[in-house]
Design a protein around this ligand. Structure first.
Ligand code: PLP
Length: 389
C-alpha cells in the first residue's frame, strides 16, 4: 500500500515542473550569476526570471525580493535587519521559533520585546497590539498563517495599526505563501518571509520581501549579491525552483485550488470526528489555510498516535516538526489556553496539493482505529469509560 503523507506544513515534495526547471542549472547550464561570460549571464538571467516570478506571487517589485536560504533566515534578516538596541519589538506568543528565538536573542542585545497573547482560537487581536504599542516600537512581527493550527492572522488590520504608530510591520508568511492570495500592498506589510520547501520548491531556499523604502542592515558581509542585502554566491538552481513554484502556486490559487483542498480537509475532519468521541479541532472558529487540521483526541498521547499511524503508513505530526524530540507541549496550543494534557493529545494533519480523495478516505479509516487502540491502553480512558458506564 502506498504511504500517505499528511505533513505538508513540515515540508512538501518538489512538483515535477519545479524539478524540470531546476535540472539544467546543475549541469549543462551551470554558472556563477556574477560571472560576465555566457554561463554567468545565463545564470543571472535565470535568477532575474525567478525574482520576477516570486514578485508575481507576492504582488511586489522584483527588486524588492531578496533570496535567502529559507524561512528561518528571512525571519532573522527581517528582525535583526531593522532593530537596534533601545528599540521595542512586538511579536506574538504563537510565532514559529524562527521568530520567537530571534526575538529572545534580540532581548539579550538590548531590544525590548513584547509577546502578544492570542484568543482561544489562536488569533492575535488588534486590541492587544494597540495596547502594547509604545513610542519606541520600531517593528511589529505577526505571522500570516500559523504552522500548527493554520489560523490566519488579521495582518492587514494589524499592519495599519502598527503604521499609524510609526512602526514597521513584518509578517512570516511561510505557511501562507502558495496557500492564500498574497498581495503585500493590500496586506500593508514592509517585510514578508517565505520558504521554498513549504511550497513545493527545494529545502534551503526562501525569500524576504523588503519594501523599497525600508533600510535593512545585512546579516552577512561579503560581495554585493542581492544588492548588498544578502551576500554569497546565489543558489541558482534552488532560486529557479522557487521561482517556478511561485508561478505554479499563482495558477493553482487562480484556478480554485484552495477551495478544492479545503473541501478535502473538511471531509477529513468530518470523517474522523464523526467516528471518534472526545475529540475536536483546535482553532475551529478561526479562518484557516485550506490544508491544515489540528485535532485533539483526549486520553491519547500525540507521540504514540504519530508512531502508530506511521506504522500503518500515514505520516502526520504532533506539535511542529521543528520541535520533535522536545518534551514540551506545543507553545502555540498552550498559548491558546489548551491544558497541557490536551496539547499533548493533539496532532496536526496537513494536506498538500497532491493529496487525493482516496488518501483522505484511507486516513478517515486509519485515525479512529489507531485512537481506539491507544485508548484501550490508556488508564485515564478506562476511568472515563467506567464513569460513563
Ligand atoms: N516560519 C514558519 C511559520 C514555519 O512553519 C517554518 C518552518 O516550519 C519556518 C518559519 C522556518 O522555515 P525554514 O524551514 O525554511 O527555515
Amino acid at each position: 500500500m502506498r504511504r500517505i503523507y499528511m505533513d505538508a506544513n513540515a515540508t512538501t515534495p518538489l512538483l515535477p515542473e519545479v524539478l524540470e526547471a531546476m535540472r539544467p542549472f546543475w549541469m549543462e547550464e551551470f554558472g556563477n550569476a556574477s560571472s560576465i561570460h555566457q554561463q554567468g549571464q545565463g545564470a543571472r538571467a535565470a535568477v532575474d526570471r525567478a525574482r520576477v516570478q516570486v514578485a508575481g506571487l507576492l504582488g511586489c517589485r522584483a527588486a524588492e525580493v531578496v533570496f535567502t536560504s529559507g524561512g528561518t533566515e528571512s525571519d532573522n534578516m527581517a528582525l535583526f535587519g531593522v532593530l537596534h538596541p533601545g528599540d521595542h519589538l512586538i511579536t506574538t506568543s504563537i510565532e514559529h521559533h524562527a521568530v520567537l528565538h530571534a526575538a529572545e536573542e534580540l532581548a539579550e542585545r538590548g531590544i525590548e520585546v513584547t509577546f502578544l497573547p492570542c484568543t482561544p482560537d489562536g488569533v492575535v487581536e488588534v486590541a492587544a497590539l494597540k495596547e502594547a504599542l509604545r513610542p519606541r516600537t520600531r517593528l511589529v512581527s505577526v505571522m500570516l498563517a500559523n504552522n500548527e493550527t493554520g489560523a490566519i492572522q488579521p495582518v492587514h488590520e494589524l499592519a495599519a495599526v502598527a503604521h499609524a504608530a510609526g512602526a514597521l510591520f513584518h509578517t512570516d508568511a511561510v505557511q501562507a505563501a502558495g496557500k492564500l492570495e498574497i498581495d503585500v500592498a493590500k496586506l500593508g506589510c514592509d517585510l514578508l518571509s517565505v520558504s521554498g520547501h513549504k511550497m513545493y520548491a527545494p529545502q534551503g531556499t526562501g525569500a524576504l520581501f523588503v519594501r523599497r523604502s525600508v533600510r535593512l542592515r545585512p546579516m552577512f558581509f561579503g560581495g554585493l549579491h542581492e544588492r548588498g542585502r544578502r551576500p554569497g554566491t546565489e543558489n541558482v538552481a534552488g532560486i529557479v525552483g522557487l521561482g517556478k513554484a511561485a508561478e505554479s502556486a499563482q495558477s493553482w490559487l487562480a484556478g480554485g485550488g484552495p477551495a478544492e483542498l479545503a473541501a478535502l480537509r473538511d471531509r477529513l475532519e468530518q470523517g474522523i470526528l464523526g467516528a471518534v468521541e472526545e475529540a475536536g479541532i483546535n482553532g475551529a472558529a478561526a479562518a484557516r489555510v485550506a490544508n491544515t487540521s489540528n485535532l485533539f483526541f483526549d486520553h491519547v498521547e500525540a507521540e504514540a498516535l504519530v508512531i502508530a499511524l506511521d506504522l500503518k503508513g500515514l505520516a502526520v505530526s504532533g506539535g511542529s516538526a521543528c520541535q520533535s524530540g522536545a518534551t514540551e507541549p506545543s507553545h502555540v496550543l498552550t498559548a491558546m489556553g489548551l491544558s497541557e494534557a490536551r496539547a499533548r493529545a493533539s496532532v496536526r494533519l496537513s494536506l498538500s496539493r497532491l493529496t487525493t480523495e482516496d488518501e483522505v478516505e484511507r486516513a478517515i479509516a486509519m485515525v479512529p482505529a489507531a485512537v481506539g487502540r491507544l485508548r484501550e491502553l490508556s488508564p485515564s480512558w478506562a476511568k472515563t469509560a467506567a464513569t460513563v458506564a
